[in-house]
Design a protein around this ligand. Structure first.
Ligand SMILES: [Fe+2]
Length: 294
């Protein structure tokens, strides 16, 4: 049983947008009793080899919000993603809304501010975001009460956002046959991730869970929605009462075999700035490649 205040009687409308380039799922979540909505984990397109940024994925979200006549209240980042770039500022410019992330973004900014040798103009206080969520914080989408749960382990700033009977878990969990996300990035911790997953699994069994990523393991079609009950019973990494010790051993061994995400360098530089591109002294957008930096 969870100690967080949840209301399973509120059933938001959830529209999913899958990005095949990064296997990310972005969501438009609509309050069932008004025309207000939130966007969760948007994606900005990048051709990294060419240094070219485009906004096809975000434009599709914007187009859907406009055509349905919705008002955008929030643009939520579940965490600082290392595998895709956020389009939050681009969406905010066109539709408004507040950009929010976990308060421990400051830890991530401190770590990667050093890695990318950022100057003093790069603030490490989270001020690039409109709202920094702490565990148990509440906010509203229209009249729908929403809740931020701190679920660190994959990164220090990871949050799970609960809106009615739907929870957006970021990279805390994958689909039952996908298991869990890696915990070997700076600030990651497999034991802490296990504890966070237990917080999610303590939510009601019927709670709908929405993933940030899916890779279609074993050739199955891409999927992004499951339930707490399903994960508890069948998740290949934590289902069926796996112990903390067994999870940490599995996760640590598995993480050693994983490649560095292709877009980690541009993703971190952009996402730790709430989706803004870094700029050179002349004001031109530019991305760094620190050699042997991570
Ligand atoms: Fe992630």
């Amino acid at each position: 049983m969870t100690n967080y205040p949840v209301n399973m009687d509120v059933r938001p409308d959830v529209s999913a947008h899958f990005d095949p380039a990064t296997n990310t799922i972005s969501y438009i979540v609509k309050d069932p009793d008004s025309t207000h909505c939130a966007v969760i984990d948007s994606v900005m397109d990048i051709d990294y080899a060419a240094g070219r940024i485009t906004q096809g994925h975000a434009d599709a979200l914007i187009e859907e919000i406009r055509s349905r006549g919705l008002t955008l209240d929030w643009i939520i980042e579940t965490h600082v993603h290392a595998d895709h770039l956020s389009a939050a500022p681009y969406i905010q410019e066109q539709l408004g809304g507040k950009i929010g992330i976990g308060a421990d973004i400051v830890t991530v900014q401190e770590t990667f501010g050093k890695v990318f040798n950022e100057g003093t103009e790069f603030q490490r206080d989270g001020s690039q975001f409109d709202r920094l969520f702490r565990d148990g914080d509440t906010y509203e989408v229209g009249g729908m009460a929403c809740l931020a749960m701190h679920t660190p382990g994959h990164t220090p700033a990871c949050m799970t956002h609960v809106m009615g009977d739907a929870a957006f878990v970021g990279d805390t969990l994958f689909m039952p046959d996908g298991g869990s996300a890696r915990a070997d990035f700076p600030g990651g911790d497999a034991g802490v991730l296990y504890d966070s997953i237990q917080k999610v699994l303590a939510l009601p069994d019927a709670m709908r869970l929405f993933m940030c990523h899916d890779y279609g393991p074993n050739g199955r079609d891409i999927a992004w929605e499951t339930t707490v009950g399903e994960e508890k019973a069948n998740n290949i990494h934590v289902g069926g009462g796996t112990t903390r010790e067994a999870f940490v051993k599995m996760r640590t061994e598995r993480d050693k075999t994983l490649d560095v995400p292709k877009l980690i360098l541009p993703s971190l530089q952009v996402n730790m700035r709430a989706g803004e591109l870094p700029r050179d002294p002349d004001g031109h957008p530019v991305l760094k490649v620190p050699v042997n930096g991570i």
